[in-house]
Design a protein around this ligand. Structure first.
Ligand SMILES: [Zn+2]
Length: 457
C-alpha cells in the first residue's frame, strides 16, 4: 500500500515535469532514489522507523527530489562556442531546455581554423539517403532512422522526405510508413513533414523528367486528401504543373489548407504561371531542371518564374544539374532572399561511388552525381546540401551568411517552421558547427534541439 503511494508521488512529479526529457535524463537517477526509498520502506514495514525516523524519511525523499530537479536543470543548460555565421564574430550560445537562451559575445578573435556556428541545414527536397529510398514499399521506421542519422552527419537537421509520381496505392503506403516518423521520439524533430513532387505535373517528355508518364494525372483534391490522410496531415509541400487541367482551383485549395505549392515539371506560359501565383503558388521546384532541352527562347516557363518576385526558386547547386552561369543568373535575379538550395538527392547519395542498379537499369554513382553510364547523362543528384552550400559560394561569390540563408532560413520560412532556421534567442537549438576547408563545408558537430546528434571526434 505504502509503496503504491510512493509510486503515485513519483508519478505526480513526473506528470508535473510532463516532458519526455524527464524520462530520458532522470529515469536513471530515479533508480538509486527508489532503491533508498525501498530500503526505508522495508525498515518502516519492519517497525524499525519511529516518529523521528518517519520525519527523517520524508526529509530524505524531499532532498533527493530537489537534487534531481536541480541536476536536471544543470543538465538542460549547455554552451556552444564558435564563430557566428551572421557576422564572423566569436560567440558563446547558451542553450536551455533545447532552445537558444542567450548569445554572448566573446573577446577572442577567430583563428584560421575557426569553427563556425550556423542553424542546421534544411533540405525540402530529398528522395532518400545512404541507400534508404523514401519511396520504397519496404521502407521501415528503422531505415528512416538510419537515413536521418546519416543526414545529421552532413549537417541536415531538418528535411522533408520527398516522394515523386507513383500510383495512388504506392503513394498511400509510402506516406503511411513515413508518417510514423512525425512523432518519433528520436527523429521526429528532424522530419516536420513531406514533399509530394507530382503526380499532378506535365506528362510531356522532357518536362516530366524521370517521372513515369503512366502515373501522371490531373489534380484531384479528394485523391490528394487520401494521401494527406495516409500522411497524417504531413504533406507540407506539393509540386504541381500550373498548365494541367484543374491545377488553379487545386492550388487555391492547397493554399487555403496551408499546403505550400511549388511549380515544377511544367511548361506553363506567362498567364498560367501568373494565375498559379495569384492562387498561392510560391516556389519553383528545381528551377532549370524538369524542363525540356529545346524550348522557345522568348516564350518558355523560365522567364515568367524568374520575373515574378512572389516566386522563390529552389535550385540544385551540385555543379551538374545547373551550369555555373545558370546558378549565377538565378541568384542575381532571386537574390539570397528568394533562393532555396535543395539536394534533390537520390537514395544512392552517401554511398560509395560505383555501379548500382536502379529502375532496372545500370547507374553509375560518382562522388557527386548519378549518371546513366551508357548514355553518359544525368540520372539524379547525389550531393548533400552541405556541398551545395560550398558550391553556391564558389559560383556566385556570395557570403556564408547568404548561403546559410538559402539552405536554412529560407526553406524554414517557406514551410512556416518559425522555430528553426535562425540563431536567435527563443529558437530551437538546431545547430551545426563546421569548418570551411578549400571551399567545402566540413561538419564537426550537429545539434538538434540542444542535443548533440553527431560529432566528428
Ligand atoms: Zn523533379
Amino acid at each position: 500500500m505504502r509503496s503504491r503511494i510512493i509510486k503515485n508521488r513519483c508519478g505526480k512529479i513526473l506528470e508535473l515535469r510532463n516532458c519526455r526529457k524527464f524520462f530520458q535524463n532522470e529515469l536513471l537517477l530515479l533508480f538509486p532514489v527508489c532503491f533508498v526509498i525501498n530500503n526505508e520502506l522495508s525498515l518502516y514495514k519492519k517497525g524499525k522507523i519511529l516518529i523521528m525516523g518517519k520525519i527523517k524519511f520524508i526529509y530524505k525523499v524531499l532532498f533527493i527530489v530537489v537534487f534531481i530537479i536541480q541536476a536536471n536543470h544543470i543538465n538542460a543548460q549547455q554552451k556552444v562556442e564558435g564563430i557566428l555565421y551572421l557576422d564572423n564574430e566569436p560567440v558563446s550560445l547558451k542553450i536551455v531546455d533545447g532552445r537558444i537562451a542567450e548569445i554572448e559575445r566573446l573577446s577572442s578573435k577567430p583563428t584560421a581554423s575557426a569553427v563556425y556556428i550556423a542553424p542546421g541545414l534544411i533540405d525540402i527536397q530529398i528522395n532518400g539517403y545512404m541507400g534508404i529510398d523514401f519511396a520504397s514499399q519496404d521502407l521501415t521506421i528503422e531505415g528512416l532512422r538510419e537515413a536521418t542519422k546519416a543526414l545529421w552527419k552532413e549537417g541536415v537537421t531538418t528535411f522533408l522526405p520527398t516522394l515523386i509520381t507513383a500510383d495512388q496505392e504506392s503513394l498511400k503506403n509510402s506516406f503511411s510508413i513515413l508518417s510514423e516518423s512525425l512523432d518519433d521520439e528520436e527523429i521526429g524533430m528532424s522530419i516536420p513533414g513531406f514533399h509530394l513532387e507530382g503526380p499532378y505535373i506535365s506528362p510531356v517528355k522532357g518536362f516530366r523528367g524521370a517521372h513515369l508518364e503512366k502515373y501522371i494525372r490531373q489534380p484531384d483534391w479528394n485523391e490528394f486528401m487520401e494521401l494527406q490522410k495516409a500522411a497524417n496531415n504531413g504533406i507540407k509541400l506539393i509540386t504541381v504543373a500550373p498548365e494541367v487541367e484543374g491545377a488553379i482551383p487545386f492550388i487555391q485549395e492547397c493554399s487555403k489548407n496551408g499546403i505550400v505549392v511549388s511549380l515544377g515539371h511544367h511548361n506553363g506560359n506567362t498567364e498560367q504561371i501568373k494565375q498559379a501565383t495569384d492562387a498561392g503558388a510560391s516556389m519553383s521546384t528545381h528551377l532549370g531542371n524538369g524542363c525540356a532541352n529545346m524550348i522557345n527562347r522568348h516564350n518558355n516557363p523560365l522567364w515568367p518564374q524568374l520575373a515574378d518576385d512572389r516566386i522563390s526558386a529552389s535550385i540544385i547547386a551540385d555543379g551538374f544539374h545547373l551550369t555555373r552561369e545558370e546558378v549565377q543568373c538565378f541568384y542575381k535575379i532571386k537574390g539570397s532572399n528568394r533562393t532555396i538550395l535543395v539536394s534533390d538527392a537520390l537514395d544512392l547519395a552517401g554511398l560509395e561511388p560505383g555501379e548500382y542498379i536502379r529502375w532496372e537499369r545500370k547507374v553509375l554513382l560518382t562522388p557527386d552525381v548519378v549518371k546513366f553510364p551508357a548514355e553518359n547523362v544525368l540520372a539524379g543528384a547525389a550531393s548533400p546540401l552541405s556541398t551545395c552550400v560550398g558550391n553556391i559560394m564558389k559560383f556566385t561569390q556570395c557570403t556564408l551568411l547568404d548561403a546559410i540563408q538559402m539552405a536554412s532560413t529560407n526553406p524554414a520560412q517557406l514551410i512556416g517552421l518559425d522555430n528553426i532556421g535562425e540563431i536567435s534567442p527563443g529558437k530551437r537549438a538546431d545547430l551545426i558547427l563546421f569548418t570551411m576547408e578549400e571551399g567545402k563545408m566540413v561538419i564537426q558537430k550537429t545539434i538538434v534541439a540542444g542535443k548533440v546528434v553527431y560529432s566528428k571526434q
